[in-house]
Design a protein around this ligand. Structure first.
Ligand SMILES: *[C@@H]1O[C@H](CO)[C@@H](O)[C@H](O)[C@H]1NC(C)=O
Length: 542
């Protein structure tokens, strides 16, 4: 998850898939008796994250021929109208490799294996691969060197992986592995993760129950930076491949692993170089499916809602500079730069972004899943969601109700605006000549950087005119050309603008169905929890 100094919060990442499904695939059913048998002997393990399970399961359950049929009977309480809501696929398991899967599941279910896997992750956490915003190039900045320790560690921990897969160092410290498949005509699968973690604040050292780089396993959790975000992605995929190699497995489809080194500052060095390397090595549109960090899962009354992120909002920090003539404050103008900036901020907050509820977007689709499968969803809201599928009037009514119903509604279905930084004034008897504020935005999936800039400009322009100020909006002069009292300047504060990501298709999409089916079979049949869910649902996440 990317975090920035300005916005230290969780941000979803996207699982992208780029190719059409393989039509020849067949799918396999897991019978209820098998589920029961497997669940009975299971052990609890919160310690490895969902991402790890996903990687393990995905590799274990994928890229062999399948047999198909339905697994979970449709919920009988649902009316016909609900059938099209939140479509679910059948759980998937590779039937041609049933004995391999059984043998893997058996090993993954043992205490020895689990402790070894926790230690694989714990030891990875103990290597402080910290990413700083101001890291220089890999050649010049010694702070990168710690990544070498991580390389040596995984080499030792996963010897078969390193004896079999071809490893390439990209931008010195990022890693790309290639596992050659038997059928070179199939586009490879790419599993991505990142090795870097965010630093800790020294002032909070004493607040940690277990130290941030301890990798300590307390019987339930593994502690420390990267134990969740996102060393499980590295350790999970390595562990899965190591155990497959121990059984002599050879993939039909090639598999690529790509591990970034500065995702926490936007992947400037790692992801950028990996992207170039992949295009150079494999060509454009050459990957069947990319699975990366993003999304999560929650337990709603016994039903697990797994929500792989299929969309990601855009990003923009707008800096508002207000530049006015200086002078002594014994003879002040009616409004100082601070007063004018306050006027701008007040106007922005008086005009918040309005969320948009649209049927083809991820938020609405995830709402449909909750309405259909969350037993605690209020019946009147469920009815409204149902009716909103075909009635525009009901859709508008639903949007109004969501303001109160879902605290996350406006942040999920709209662009957010938060004025987070303000600076100005140097001395109490001197007029402030240069003051500024910065507004942080997460741009809705249906919007864009330029749409946000235009809206921002339209709100600020009348305020600037009112105070007799020129306006430079993102490099363009807007409004007053005549001599003015001063200048209001809008700009991208940290050159970090990001368009919303293209949304991964979830209906009629082979890759999404493959991921969903694998998630379902993993959640419903694994030996790795003693608390199996009553049911599991996959919902598109944002
Ligand atoms: C705007 O400011 C300029 C420069 O101080 C001044 O010449 C002009 O008269 C002002 N216009 C208005 C409408 O206040």
């Amino acid at each position: 998850m990317r975090q920035t100094a300005q916005t230290p919060e969780r941000e979803p990442f996207v699982a992208h898939w780029s190719a059409k499904p393989d039509t020849e695939l067949e799918w396999h059913t897991i019978s209820d008796s098998q589920n029961y048998r497997r669940q009975r002997s299971s052990l609890r393990s919160k310690a490895l994250s969902f991402a790890c399970f996903l990687s393990l399961a995905l590799l274990a359950h994928r890229f062999w021929p399948y047999l198909t049929s339905a697994v979970f009977s449709a919920d009988s309480r649902l009316s016909v109208d609900e059938d099209s809501m939140c479509p679910q696929v059948s759980a998937i398991s590779p039937s041609n490799y049933a004995s391999l899967i059984d043998s893997l599941d058996e090993e993954y279910g043992t205490k020895e294996f689990k402790l070894k896997a926790y230690e694989s992750l714990g030891a990875a956490v103990r290597i402080p691969t910290v990413c700083y915003d101001d890291l220089g190039t890999p050649e010049e900045d010694p702070r990168w060197k710690i990544f070498y320790d991580f390389h040596s560690y995984i080499e030792k921990r996963f010897p078969k992986v390193h004896a079999t897969l071809q490893r390439t160092e990209v931008a010195t410290y990022a890693l790309v592995y290639h596992w050659q498949g038997a059928d070179a005509s199939l586009k490879p699968l790419l599993l991505a993760a990142h090795i870097d973690v965010v630093p800790t604040n020294d002032a909070t050292d004493d607040d940690w129950i277990n130290p941030p780089f301890s990798g300590y396993y307390d019987g339930e959790w593994i502690w420390g930076r990267g134990s969740c975000d996102y060393k499980p992605g590295v350790i999970g995929s390595m562990t899965a491949i190591e155990t497959l190699l121990e059984r002599g497995f050879k993939p039909t489809r090639s598999i690529i692993l790509a591990y970034g080194i500065d995702e926490e500052r936007g992947g400037l060095t790692g992801a950028a170089a990996i992207g170039e390397y992949l295009v150079k090595t494999y060509g454009k549109d050459s990957i069947s499916m990319i699975v990366d960090e993003g999304g999560g899962y929650s337990d709603m009354g016994g039903t697990i809602f797994a929500a792989p992120a299929v969309a990601e909002k855009g990003y923009l920090d707008v800096r508002m500079d207000v530049l006015t003539p200086g002078g002594h404050s014994s003879r002040p103008p009616k409004h100082t730069g601070i007063g004018i900036l306050a006027g701008v901020v007040t106007e922005l907050e008086a005009n918040p972004h309005v969320p948009e509820l649209a049927r083809d977007r991820t938020y609405y689709q995830s709402l449909q899943c909750r309405a259909k499968y969350d037993a605690a969803f209020p019946p009147d809201m469920r009815k409204l969601v149902l009716e909103s599928q075909s009635s525009d009037e009901k859709l508008r009514e639903l949007a109004k109700r969501l303001d109160d119903f879902d605290p996350a509604y406006s942040a999920s279905a709209g662009t957010t605006q938060a004025i987070d930084i303000i600076y100005g004034g140097v001395k109490v008897n001197a007029l402030p000549e240069a003051v500024y504020a910065i507004a942080n935005h997460r741009i809705a999936d249906h919007s864009s950087v330029s749409e946000l800039q235009d809206r921002f400009t339209n709100i600020v322009a009348p305020v600037a005119a009112k105070y007799n100020m020129s306006l430079d909006a993102f490099g363009k002069t807007v409004g007053l050309e005549v001599p003015t009292w001063g200048l209001v300047k809008l700009s991208d504060a940290f050159a970090s603008a990001l368009e919303p990501a293209p949304v991964t298709p979830t209906t009629g999409s082979g890759p999404y169905e493959l991921l969903s089916g694998t998630v379902l079979s993993t959640l419903k049949t694994n030996l790795r929890t003693d608390n199996p869910p009553d049911d599991a649902v996959v919902t598109p996440g944002l």
